[in-house]
Design a binder for this molecule. Sequence first.
Ligand SMILES: [Ca+2]
Ligand SMILES: [Ca+2]
Ligand SMILES: [Ca+2]
Length: 412
Amino acid sequence: MFLAKICEASFETPPATINYNMIHRIWSIHFCLLLSTALFAQPSGSITQGLGTTTTADLMPNCQSNHITPLGTITSTDGKLWIVPAENNFSTAPKLSDLHNTCNGVAPANLAAANLSGVPVTEIDPGGEVITGYLFADNYFELYINGVLVGIDPVPFTPFNSCVVKFRVSKPYTIALKLVDWEENLGLGSEINNGSNFHPGDGGFIAQFSAGTVTDATWKAQTFYIAPIQDLNSVVEKADGTHSTATATITPTCDANCFGVHYPSPTNWTAANFDDAGWPKAVLYTAAQVTNQAAYTNFANTAWPNAKFIWSSNLILDNLVLVRHTVPALTAVSDLDASKKTPIQAAPNPFSDYVFLKNVDQNVVCQMTNLFGQVVFSGKNISSADFSNLAPGVYVLKIEGKNTAALRLIKI
Ligand SMILES: [Ca+2]
Ligand SMILES: [Ca+2]
Ligand SMILES: [Ca+2]
């Protein structure tokens, strides 16, 4: 009220001659504008309000699900047209192989029961090593390696699914993922759930790749679409270009009138040489916060034993999150730090197909033998070796180099 009264007075008809009153009024106008900007600053992102326009009613018409999977557009107050929930390559890009996907009748009880023999290898670097990755998203992802779109999540919304990917690449290489928390109410960031027609859905993503690469807090995560927003002032933009919705309500009552905030994605964000130094670090979430779905839980300790769920700082309101991680170049075995006090470990143990080393470079030389002393593996990059056909039993894994270790592993 106080501010309104000062400002109202300042905008009264100016006097005919310049005098003290006029200077005072000019100063007051400036003061009011400055104060208004500070108190009522709106996000610099493009702002939308209400429901968008459907362009595709259901991307998954042939799959039984709790939700339809719509795609559409919405126009922001600055006249820009946005694809909601996000621009994507769903209809054109190769769909990644299923680890668990009830739409295709693929529902193994565990990793050992999964048939991964037909997973194609995408060639990035002909002289590189084959990397295997397991990925689960709430709800959708597109995977780029060094700027190449390797494949997409075949189920954009629900049912929840998980994927396996193989690609040949040389280190260092950059993983870039578009992550989308899909929505039923286009442009509103909400879905029919929990007894509400406008329930704000949540996101979350987890991935583990052979050679020990896992989603964790070293990844970068930047948000490009936020909804549903009840109060635009709750979107705080920081000087480094990042933004926070930490104070925004996650139980909005604006329903069909909620706001959305969109930011344009950088054109070269998937490239290895894109500078993500200004992007925030990914925020970690527990499995309990993200999902209890079989597509994750059936493989939690085998496909993702060391990985963490990641997203931006707001698991609920941030719906389009771009994440990046660069896998560093190989470390020579001779560079291993003998002074490391953390013991070398292998996981998972028991294992069914892959074994990942912890607290030691993945390129270290290893030898695995059975209890009769027969060698079943010898060489580097044991995490790339597929042991799914190895007979169940007890094995001894010897790790060489400056850090030597002998670990007892159980194959199931
Ligand atoms: Ca999915
Ligand atoms: Ca959401
Ligand atoms: Ca979701």
